[in-house]
Design a protein around this ligand. Sequence first.
Ligand code: SF4
Length: 223
Amino acid sequence: MDCAAPDDPGAPPLPYDRLASCRACPRLARYLAEVREQYPGYHCAPVPAWGSSRARLLIVGLAPGKHGANRTGRPFTGDASGRFLFEGLLKVGLVTDADPVNATLRGVRLTNAVRCLPPENRPRTAELRRCSAYLRHELNQLWSPAVRRPRCVLALGRVAHLAVGYALGRRLPAFAHGATDEVAPHLWLASLYHPSRQNTNTGRLTAAMRDDVLRRVVALLDS
Ligand code: SF4
């Protein structure tokens, strides 16, 4: 897989080493400038992946949270979604602490479908497609046809699942919480509802549901 912007034929490829200064999505760049004025201490820039590029599990969220990753500059760090996710990751031994601020990652890497904070947490399709060039690069690091041990992408919610499809450049089975599909030899795609407060406060996603999926992901990686 090479790092080109899928379905955006007029656009140049997005070099991963220039992610920090990427302004390819004008709407998001304008919004980040507004938020920066309001919160001058916040990161307010594209949020890079966190974790070793040699990790065997890549977790893909939706977008930086306004007062979470957009503040701290690290995916899933600084808000309730991250803490909910990390409580589960701690139980299966993938992190060393339930608080992302203090945690060390063990064989897991974290990223988002879009790396800039979108208004109302809703990226547009064109933004998802554009930013999937970076996700494609991250997937290239996770998996190649030469790998002989399982790798896994865990998509948190429908939008992340869609972005993985864009990055892989193929149609995937529809998003279904708890589903696991081998989308290429030794490459698994698992799906979990996004750990947003909207989902966790309403019981759409419970700790037991989270733990069940994470246990199955670890079993896949160990298989
Ligand atoms: S969302 Fe992604 S592609 Fe768009 S400006 Fe941010 S880093 Fe660049």
